[in-house]
Design a protein. Structure first.
Length: 486
C-alpha cells in the first residue's frame, strides 16, 4: 500500500482545545491512520491555549493579510504527530470561548475567523508548502467546510476533498454581502455553490463541492437525508447520496479503560466484575445517594440540551423512583434542565444525586459505578458516552437513533437467546417509550445472570479506532483514485 498524504482542517483538536466529540475524532485520527500508512497532518487555529501547549513552532508560510491582519502557519510536532497552527492574533487571540465571547454570544467575525482557517488549509492543499502537498484534504464541520470551495474556485490542480459532518445542527450561515470580503467569486453565489436559502452557507458549500461526504455513523448518514434530521440540507444530501457514507467514531482506549483508570475506587475488567460493586458504593457516597448494593443505579453524563432528551427523564422520574431505582447525573447546559434536576434531587433525597458542572473524574466514576447508562437523545450523530459505558460494564439504555442505533445491540428475545445483547434500545424518543425501557431494564437487572452476560458482551465489544481507521483509509484512497481518474 503506497503512502498517502492527507491534511485535516478543524477548529478543535484534543488534547489542545475541545468543546465536543469533534475534538476527540480530530485528535485520534492522525494516530489511527498512521497504522494505515496515511500521513495525516492537521491544521487548527492558533488559539492562545493551542499556542501555549505547542510552544514556538517553525514558520512555514506567511500571509500579509488574512481577512484584516497578518497571519502565519507554524509547524510543530506533538507525540509524533505533525500539527500546523494558523497564527492570526486578530482572529484567535481572544479571552472567551472558541466560538463565543464571555457574554455567550457568537463572535461577530466568526465568518472570517473560520474562512481564514479554510483559506489557509486550501492554500496548503494547492501546494503552498515546501515538502508537503496533500493527496487529500479532509475538512471537519462548517468551520473548515469552505476549504473545498476555495480550492474548487481556484481552478487549479487540487487534491481530493472530503467533508465530515459531526453535527448538522451547526451549519455556519452568513449574509450574502460577505461574498466578496470572503474572497469568493460572484459565480460562487449559486445553488451549485455557496448559496444557501439566500445567504452563504459554509457547510452547504462544503457538502456541495467536496468529492466525498462523511458523517459519524451509518444511521445518521441515512437520517440526515430526511427533513426530520437534515435541518434544511436533506435535499442536497439526497441528491449526492452516492457520495455520502457513515463511519463510527472510536474511543480513546487509554483514557477509557476500567483496568487502568486512576479515577476509580477499584479497577476491574470483565473477569473481575464483582469488584465493580466498590465503585458503585463510592459513586453513591460521592453523590449523596443511599449506599445500597441492590439499588438499580442509572448514570447520565451529558450536555443538558434539547438534543439529549433529558427533559424526558425528568418527566418519567417520579414514577421510576417508586422501585429500587437511583439516578446519578452529571451535566451542564440549559438552565431549565439544570434547575429541573436540582429540584428532582431535593424531591428524592438519597435516590437522585446530581452534579451540575463539568468533571472528568466524576464522568469516569459514573461509568464505573452505575448499573446502567442512559442516553435518550432525540438525535445523536455518533455519541461517545454509550461507547465508554460498553467498556465499563454500565449497560447502555439508548434511543434508537443515529450512532446509538448502530453501536448498541438491543436485548430483544433473539439477541438474548444468541447471547449478543449489549444494551437496550427504545423508540420513539418519548417519555412513554423511555418509561417502558427503564422498567424493562430494571426487570433484566433483577435477573443477575442475564444482566452479567449483557455487561460482559458490552465489555468485549471492539470500540477502538482500528475498524474506523480502516474505513477512513479506504475512503481516502477511493477519493484520491477517483480524483485522479477525471
Ligand atoms: P456531544 O459531543 O454531543 O456532547 P458525545 O457523546 O459525542 O456528545 O461526547 C460528549 C463528551 O463530553 C463525552 O466525552 C462525555 O463524557 C463528555 N461530557 C459531557 N458532559 C460532561 C460533563 N458535565 N462532565 C464531564 N464530561 C462531560
Amino acid at each position: 500500500m503506497s503512502m498517502l498524504r492527507a491534511l485535516a482542517i478543524a477548529s478543535e483538536m484534543a488534547p489542545f482545545v475541545k468543546t465536543g466529540g469533534l475534538a476527540d475524532v480530530v485528535g485520534a485520527l492522525p494516530h489511527a491512520l498512521a497504522a494505515e500508512n496515511i500521513e495525516l497532518r492537521t491544521l487548527i487555529p492558533g488559539y492562545p491555549d493551542v499556542r501555549a501547549a505547542l510552544g514556538a513552532g517553525e514558520t512555514v508560510l506567511e500571509f500579509d493579510d488574512l481577512f484584516g491582519g497578518p497571519a502565519w502557519i507554524h509547524a510543530a510536532r506533538h507525540n509524533g504527530i505533525a500539527i500546523y497552527t494558523l497564527i492570526a492574533p486578530h482572529l484567535y487571540a481572544r479571552e472567551g470561548g472558541l466560538y463565543t465571547g464571555a457574554d455567550g454570544a457568537d463572535y461577530p467575525d466568526n465568518a472570517f475567523r473560520f474562512a481564514a482557517l479554510a483559506w489557509a488549509g486550501a492554500q496548503i492543499g494547492l501546494g503552498a508548502l515546501d515538502g508537503f502537498t496533500p493527496d487529500v484534504v479532509h475538512a471537519h464541520d462548517w468551520q473548515a467546510a469552505l476549504a473545498p470551495a476555495y480550492m474548487h474556485y481556484a481552478e487549479r490542480p487540487r487534491p481530493a476533498t472530503i467533508v465530515s459532518i459531526h453535527n448538522i445542527a451547526f451549519q455556519g450561515q452568513f449574509p450574502k454581502e460577505l461574498l466578496e470580503p470572503l474572497r469568493l467569486p460572484p459565480r460562487a453565489f449559486d445553488i451549485d455553490g455557496v448559496e444557501y436559502y439566500g445567504a452563504i452557507g459554509f457547510l452547504k458549500a462544503g457538502l456541495q463541492l467536496a468529492d466525498r461526504i462523511t458523517t459519524v455513523s451509518p444511521s445518521y448518514a441515512r437520517e440526515i437525508e430526511t427533513p426530520e434530521f437534515g435541518m434544511g440540507l436533506e435535499g442536497l444530501l439526497r441528491a449526492r447520496a452516492d457520495r455520502v457514507s457513515g463511519i463510527l467514531n472510536g474511543v480513546d482506549e487509554e483514557t477509557w479503560d476500567p483496568a487502568t483508570d486512576a479515577h476509580l475506587e477499584t479497577r476491574y475488567d470483565h473477569w473481575s466484575l464483582p469488584s465493580r460493586a466498590r465503585n458503585k458504593a463510592a459513586l453513591q457516597k460521592r453523590l449523596r445517594l443511599r449506599v445500597d448494593p441492590d439499588a438499580f443505579l442509572i448514570g447520565v453524563v451529558s450536555r443538558l440540551s434539547w438534543q439529549k432528551g433529558l427533559d424526558l427523564l425528568l418527566d418519567v422520574l417520579p414514577q421510576f423512583m417508586r422501585g429500587r431505582a437511583q439516578l446519578a447525573l452529571l451535566g451542564a447546559g440549559d438552565k431549565t434542565l439544570e434547575e429541573g434536576f436540582v429540584a428532582a434531587e431535593a424531591a428524592h433525597v438519597g435516590r437522585v444525586g446530581v452534579h451540575i458542572g463539568y468533571s472528568e473524574e466524576l464522568a469516569h466514576m459514573i461509568q464505573a459505578g452505575a448499573d446502567a447508562f442512559l442516553v435518550p437523545s432525540r438525535f445523536e450523530p455518533c455519541g461517545l458516552t454509550q461507547l465508554y459505558a460498553l467498556r465499563y460494564g454500565a449497560v447502555p439504555i439508548v434511543s434508537r437513533v443515529g450512532g446509538l442505533k448502530d453501536t448498541i445491540v438491543d436485548a430483544n428475545e433473539m439477541a438474548l437467546q444468541a447471547d449478543v445483547a449489549t444494551g437496550l434500545q427504545f423508540s420513539p424518543t418519548t417519555a412513554d417509550a423511555l418509561a417502558i425501557a427503564l422498567r424493562e431494564a430494571e426487570g433484566l437487572f433483577e435477573d443477575a445472570e442475564t444482566w452479567r452476560k449483557i455487561q460482559v458482551n458490552g465489555m468485549k465489544t471492539d470500540v477502538s479506532w482500528r475498524n474506523p481507521a480502516r474505513r477512513y483509509a479506504q475512503l481516502f484512497r477511493d477519493a484520491v483514485a477517483a480524483a485522479q481518474s477525471v
